[in-house]
Design a protein around this ligand. Structure first.
Ligand SMILES: Cc1ncc(COP(=O)(O)O)c(C=O)c1O
Length: 383
């Protein structure tokens, strides 16, 4: 036993006793997967695999250094150009992950705008909370997707000094509901606030060419961030915005400056996905149909799906126990549907977060629906 293990074991025992112990188990193979974010089924697409392999063979498996030292290859600039074009912005920058992009970019911006007034949706991602803490910025939180409340808070702080930021997501990861981008844009204009939009779950799925809601009003978000790790089937992240903003981030975002550049293999997969996604309207429609079918089935079972309108369908069952038992029941039937508990979601709203994919067949959705229907009535009392 190492010197500090007694303290770690003590903390782990407490997590366990409160039913909140988390483990990083390997994904079981051969199960019908409703928990991964591979919404367009691109993670195993031959075009992505081929370009990743080709770029790896031609340019190597590592970039060798950070972007500002020797890590920048033509490939990075080529991919950033493609992203900017798809997002209808002047420029874009690549990051190693969505978590890293948010944690670093938002923190840099909040320090720049000091004393920043940062208006955040109640349900923003952990990486955005991390950025606010890192910048020492107190959040002014608006009720989830409630534009009237945001308006009220912006108005209440009208005379206060400092740069204003509105920070939210276009599709919420645990709820599958969407922000009203036009209303956000209007409020950002009215109060001269910087609109920071996380499009992690919208990229690939919503907006023009499936490249996110921000592209519906070019320049409508001052910064749109998204990932390649979900619908685009790869890894890494981007931010898109004006040339001045991106050049400033190159000078100020620690998560861009002090980390090794994305390797050619990863860039190859991103590049191939960016070529495919605009023409995947049929796949997006198929995912939409799957989600609507599942929401109807859950409603018939009396299970709340919140405000879901997208590929993410939460089956909100209430207690941790109910969520974990339902998840276990599905697992016995070969279906992977991981239970999500506090602190990831608010207490009393534990759920299965069910993610639809174009790789699912109609028969897969029917299998899930049948498994839920057989399990839920017996478990409802544990909810
Ligand atoms: C809303 C949101 N933002 C950012 C991230 C982080 O993205 P990545 O997985 O690429 O680090 C996630 C993924 O969990 C997310 O759901």
């Amino acid at each position: 036993m190492a010197r500090f293990d007694a303290a770690f074991w003590g903390a782990l025992d407490q997590f366990s006793a409160s039913g909140l112990l988390r483990t990083a188990s390997a994904r079981p193979l051969g199960m019908l997967d409703f928990s991964s974010n591979d919404y367009l089924g691109l993670a195993r697409h031959p075009a992505l695999q081929a370009r990743a392999a080709e770029w790896g063979a031609r340019f190597g498996t590592g970039a060798g250094a950070s972007r500002l030292v020797t890590g920048t290859l033509d490939l990075h600039q080529q991919v950033e150009g493609k992203i900017a074009q798809a997002k209808r912005t002047e420029a874009a920058l690549l990051f190693a992950s969505g978590w890293q992009a948010n944690a670093s970019v938002l923190a840099s911006l909040l320090r720049f705008g000091k004393p920043a007034l940062v208006f955040t949706d109640w349900l923003i991602h952990a990486s955005l909370h991390h950025a606010c803490r890192a910048a020492g910025a107190a959040q002014i939180r608006f009720r989830h997707n409630d534009m009237a409340h945001l308006d009220e808070l912006l108005a209440a702080h009208e005379g206060a000094p400092g740069m204003r930021f509105i920070v939210t997501e276009s599709v919420f990861s645990m709820d599958g509901d969407q922000a009203d981008f036009c209303a956000l844009h209007a409020l950002a204009q009215r109060y001269n606030a910087f609109l920071y939009l996380d499009e992690a779950h919208a990229t690939g799925m919503l907006g023009p060419g499936g490249m996110g809601l921000s592209a519906t009003i070019p320049g409508g978000a001052d910064l749109a961030m998204g990932t390649f790790s979900k619908a685009l089937g790869g890894f890494g992240a981007y931010v898109a915005g004006s040339r001045a903003l991106c050049d400033w981030l190159i000078n100020r975002a620690s998560g861009f400056i002090h980390t090794t550049a994305l390797p050619p293999t990863v860039l190859g997969a991103i590049d191939a996905a960016l070529d495919l996604v605009p023409d995947m309207a049929a796949e997006r429609a198929r995912v939409k149909t799957h989600a609507a079918r599942l929401r109807a089935a859950l409603a018939a079972l009396g299970i709340d799906t919140g405000g879901s309108t997208t590929q993410i369908v939460p089956a909100i069952v209430g207690t941790e126990r109910a969520a974990m038992r339902l998840s276990a029941h599905l697992r016995e039937q070969g279906i992977l549907a991981v239970g999500i508990r506090p602190p990831t979601v608010p207490a009393g709203t534990s759920r299965l977060r069910l993610a639809m994919s174009a790789a699912h067949s109609e028969a897969d959705i029917e299998r899930l629906v049948a498994a839920l229907a057989s399990a839920w009535p017996g478990l409802a009392c544990a909810a």
